[in-house]
Design a protein. Sequence first.
Length: 667
Amino acid sequence: MKLKYFSLLLCGALALTSCNDFLDREPEDSVTPEKYFTAEADLAAYSINLYNFNSIQPGSYGIGTFADDNGTDNQVTAGGSNLWIPGQYKVGSSNPWDFSQVRHCNYFFEKVLPKYDAGKIQGNAANIKHYIGEMYLLRAYAYFNLLKNIGDCPIITTALPDEESVLLKASHRDPRNKVARFILEDLDKAISLLKEVSPDEKKERISRDVAYLLRSRVALYEGTFEKYHAGTAFVPGGKDWPGDAKDAADYDNATEVKYFLGEAMKSAKMLGDKMVNQLAENKNTPEGMDAKYESINPYYTMFCDVDMSTYPEVLMWREYSVAKGTGHNTQQYFQKNGCNTGWTRGLINSFVMENGYPIYAAASGYNTAQEQNGISATLANRDSRIRIFTKGDNSVESYFDDGTTARVQLGNSIFEEIEKRAVTGYMIKKGKHYNPKMYLTHFHSVNGSLLFRGVEALLNYIEASYELNGTIDATADSYWKAIRRRAKINDNYSITIAATDMSEEAKGDFAAYSHGKLIEPTLYNIRRERRNELIGEGFRWADLQRWRACDQVKNYQIEGFRYWGTVYQGAFLDKDGNDKAVVDLSGEKGNMSAQTLSDYIRPYQIKPESHNLLYNGLNFTPAHYLMPLPQSVFRKTATDKKDLKTSVVYQNPGWPMIDGNGAGIIE
């Protein structure tokens, strides 16, 4: 085995490839570490090339980041996710043991910090500090992704040499709490170096506010993960934890949980106090733009604008340009089809009425009979967030220059081919622009991609403070009311809490549980608020993971909108006048689930059980809270190459070492 294939050994040469203007310098093959990293522009170019925040990728199809919640209880695709099919999610299907980003960051620190300390880097001193701060945040972000995916992992602070003994030693996994503390330390360094406003001034680069927000996110994640997984194989020293007992000798769960939740509160408040009065205004309009594609609802257009820099709530975003070859294709999917996704009925039902009452409460004013009149009737008088971010019956898809409009055609979408299908009938509108020119030609979408927004700090504080202290303090109270007022619902959250029936909420919300037990109403409503505010933004799986909210998931049926017994039944005809809805549980012709199963569409009971592993519902095995490491990792880090068990790396709980195998049972 050649050492260059070790999993921790990554590219040794400096590789910079980008169209960024900062890179208009001498050819790469003539650049050496001694000549590079001597000017402010070098640091700026290197760091921006490592930006790997989850954004819409140039030249990509689909709806980009707005599909990141697919495969959860919030949002689903027609094909489903192996996460919910024990035995089908297998070792080797992916490789989360990837330290390439970490190595790039460590290489930077090794080359730059000595020159910085010696005063040998030319340029604006504040900007030089800022770009070094960016690199600390980028390493923290890389480690946070590793923490979410694999838990315990090696903490590496140098670009490792090509030596077997060094690489084997460096592969040793550190307990997750130490990894999380290391991430917070990197973010502290970033905060001390970063400018409050990034040098580009358009908020396309990292800023100090981004660091505060990420720090609160990491601390909240780890504090709640360790709280709800305490005593299990996922936490140091827990039952059957696969790590070395010596590494957990000083671990105390209560101390760690208290520390992380406290840090989450501190970081969230640093940003939250500023953001609470700068949230984008929600004008509660049925459409987000007018015929001139100008915003008539800032809260709506914040998620799809071409220039997001003008919104104070947006801390960081990514810009696109057809001229520069960075257009994408999101609007071709968002407009005039269902994008092979859809909100679930469980998500829809979690949104309360404008008066603050859950829909099942007698005082809510909601009547399930109104669902017979369609989606718009179902969402009437609800929390504004679900109304403005869901396509309603006959709502505007696009405005045209001649004054005409394209309107939602639900019948065309729920029976479409898979890549265009409205899987649940509830079509996503969050992120959709109204300009038809953005979809008439491939890769002409230039709406921005929102990376960090300030309201998350408010949500993080509310949750962390309650998890730590069991009360809603004055700060959390002001934050929570601000969020609800923006959503156009009664800001007296106590009304919602008092009317909450956990047995009702459990029907459509995995987060009604932790460790298989129903949680109490106040905590649930804090989780509800987070769920409702962050729909379609890619937070849901990480939240379910850290709350240990999936233990109880067994034969759970995903449902969408009500079809049977409504104005839709029999209303959609093909060109020959035949009903488009076909129920066929014995073959492959079906496109609608049977009314005998439910009045609500069940996307995973349209095809027969013989063709569909999700037919009997979603099921969960706890091993899936973390990803498995592939067999190659153990082969490369074994002291005896013929025996995987001699690897210095251990597998995650419940997973075997051999590729192609599913997870086992965790006691």
